[in-house]
Design a binder for this molecule. Structure first.
Ligand SMILES: Cc1cc2nc3c(=O)[nH]c(=O)nc-3n(C[C@H](O)[C@H](O)[C@H](O)COP(=O)(O)O)c2cc1C
Length: 324
């Protein structure tokens, strides 16, 4: 597999392409993670909230691929036994997002597993640096799924300035193609982590109806809210919201979260009773990158196209320079 771009990230993990799969809960199963790693990126299984049986199945699907795994930190800390159970598998990387990752990162380091911490604020980057993580993922608010309120463009170079030249940093949030990779490298990253683009892949777990709905949706048609956390009874810390495709359920409650909390029992019953593919009620998690996605492709095509396009842009970037 021809390498086109070499960064600290590709060197550290011994892979050709600076593209990582986001550990998307229930979407990034073993098949998708393995496909991204086989394509030359780094595939991460979406350990999500921490479901031991699901994880067992996902790891059972990876064959001989070197894949990592990522968890939602605050939820993982409620099931700490999962940390050791996961690390005995010697994953290619262990990633934490959303909460205090020190304990899990230390355990992974002790097990000789490379560590990754996704952050949304400069203050969280300080916390991750203090924990001496191998990779910091800087997530902008454009991202699909949970996150916070800072855009990527100012946060990413600020994290680079804070972390110094040696720290491995990946960019995430609203990135879907070679332009996103090339721009991220210019802003100080060593590669990108893609979620929404890989959700729209052949190997992603999820129904055909969900993937078709992704193709119909747009970035304008997404919103950040706490509606679905309340509807799904997920105990997310206050500072996080989730970016999803806006639908009738979200529009009804977006500006009346107190009303939703007051009616939580009946609304949860209504939510649970909806058909899993009824995306006017059920959540469809995706980010602003939807504007850049118009077909379902294989993970290999996605990795290769993103890297090839970025390499072309970087090669021609000097065209704008005025030479003497
Ligand atoms: C369907 C979906 C599920 C996600 N689930 C998780 C998760 O379980 N854990 C996590 O750390 N991030 C999760 N994320 C967020 C990603 O880690 C990442 O920050 C995001 O996908 C990057 O932005 P993008 O979607 O624009 O590529 C999820 C994202 C999506 C789209």
């Amino acid at each position: 597999m021809e390498q086109m771009i070499k960064t600290r990230f590709t060197e550290r993990f011994g892979i050709p392409h600076p593209v990582m799969l986001a550990p998307m809960d229930k979407v990034a199963g073993g098949r998708l993670a393995a496909a991204v790693s086989h394509a030359g990126g780094l595939g991460l299984i979406g350990g999500g909230y921490g479901d031991a049986a699901w994880l067992e199945r996902a790891f059972g699907e990876i064959g001989n691929a070197a894949v990592g795994v990522g968890f939602i930190t605050w939820s993982l800390l409620r099931k700490p036994e999962l940390i050791a159970q996961t690390l005995v598998r010697q994953p290619a990387a262990f990633m934490v997002s959303f909460g205090d990752g020190e304990e899990a990162v230390a355990a992974a380091r002790d097990a000789g597993v490379p560590t990754i911490w996704q952050i949304q604020r400069l203050s969280q980057a300080e916390q991750a640096l203090a924990a001496e993580v191998d990779v910091i993922v800087v997530q902008g608010q454009e991202a699909g799924g949970h996150g916070m309120d800072r855009g990527l463009t100012a946060l990413l170079p600020a994290v680079r300035d804070l972390a110094g030249p040696e720290q491995i940093i990946l960019a995430a949030g609203g990135l879907a193609d070679g332009r996103g990779l090339a721009a991220s490298l210019m802003l100080g990253a060593d590669g990108v982590m893609l979620g929404t683009r890989f959700w729209a892949s052949a190997e992603a777990e999820g129904s055909e109806a969900a993937k078709a709905a992704l193709l119909r949706a747009t970035g304008d048609g997404t919103l950040r809210s706490k509606v679905f956390d309340i509807a799904r009874n997920a105990a997310w810390p206050e500072q996080f919201t989730g970016r999803t495709v806006a639908n009738a359920f979200a529009r009804q409650w977006q500006d009346d979260l107190e009303g939703l909390r007051r009616n939580a029992e009946s609304e949860r019953t209504r939510y649970d009773a909806a058909h899993p593919d009824d995306y006017e009620t059920r959540v469809l998690i995706a980010g602003e990158a939807l504007d850049l996605i118009d077909k379902i492709e294989s993970a290999e095509t996605i990795v290769t196209d993103v890297v090839r396009e970025a390499a072309g842009l970087l090669r021609n970037a000097g065209d704008v320079l005025v030479t003497a």
